[in-house]
Design a protein around this ligand. Sequence first.
Ligand SMILES: [Zn+2]
Length: 491
Amino acid sequence: MNLKSERRGIHVDQSELLCKKGCGYYGNPAWQGFCSKCWREEYHKARQKQIQEDWELAERLQREEEEAYASSQSTQGAQSLTFSKFEEKKTNEKTRKVTTVKKFFTASSRTGAKKEIQEAKAPSPSINRQVSIETDRVSKEFIEFLKTYHKPGQDIYKQCKLFLDTMNHKKDLSIEEQSECAQDFYQNVAEKLQTRWKVSPEKVEKAMDQIEKFIMTRQYKYVFCPETTDDEKKDLAVQKRIRALHWVTPQMLCVPVNEEIPEVSDMVVKAITDIIEMDSKRVPRDKLACITKCSKHIFNAIKITKNEPASADDFLPTLIYIVLKGNPPRLQSNIQYITRFCNPSRLMTGEDGYYFTNLCCAVAFIEKLDAQSLNLSQEDFDRYMSGQTSPKKQESDSWSPDMCVGVKQMYKNLDLLYQLNERQERIVSEAKKLEKDLIDWTDGITKEVQDIVEKYPLEIKPKNQALAAIDSENVENDKLPPPLQPQVYAG
Ligand SMILES: [Zn+2]
């Protein structure tokens, strides 16, 4: 069996995980296939262009106004009217400019009453208290940590406070702009630590993790799945899609994981728990850590099943399977949140970046999973999707682990009988088809023969000519030379 070609639907070339600019970092669908660095370059370019265009338009309009104003100046009385009109248009222009720039980077429409909605959405007081206790704990830990950095530590704390204040005033900005602020902040702090404070790269990395933890614990409730985006809508769509695909078996995805081995099924359960746990974390890096933990359990499950190290080709289908089985809550929101607010250096390189890119890829696959990628016929796929039938209700994974062996065996036998019955029916229908084909074929041939016979009827001419007269009509015969006679050559 050729596994490679079978898995064609789910195979992803490792190069497809990288930034499409070829810089070597990991890319991400949220950044249209770019890495964080290249995406920001593109984003700036687009924004500069938009601003430039808006300015040009504004200048042109102003010129037109001024010309109109100059020409109407001779007519007294009209002057004040035109001037007020000019002012009005200028204000209009200003608001238009702001909205177009915003529109350019905000996918969905913005809700004006954002704050009220967020307050209405706020969790119950007890949860709030819990959250604030955690925030306090994180703050204390952060301050303790910064003490080990002495002077730069104080500076870091000041910068973070300043950033949080700025973000407080920027709550009305689009999520992309807020993300931009956070990314700029990470970049500036890291640069400052390296150049001004001469902190070693390892210590910078450690500090960056703590900074991310501190600021994102506080920012989480404002920037996770905000009302101004369609993140929630996407979450629901993915969740619905995964539910509709509940019938997908490991065999269809060519997942090299045998859950009948207790150790393997243990790993699968752990992987599912990790990916579900991601939603409960508030810090992007903690969320990433859940994905990495989940991925490692998947690699282990494959390794135990195959008795050899897992390849990247084995990993992605298995990750898809785990996501389908776990249906993690708010999957898109979590991915978006990590993409927007994680320290970009984490996503662009290293283990965390690799697994995160694979998860984004898995979600993209789930969104477009079709008959071909599951090695099914279109009819079967449609039937399963519509819920008319289920491929194998008795799959081992739907059994509870404590079910007794006899019952399991019975289900297995029932399944076999069911398959046998299906095959029998298929054979009967195929045989009937063959019979019909044969009859049609015989009829066809008969008809063809009859047609030919009609077209070229068989005529038997009477035997009235002797064979000797075969060339009697040949009048030139006499002129032919006599036939050669054999001669004996006496040499
Ligand atoms: Zn790049």
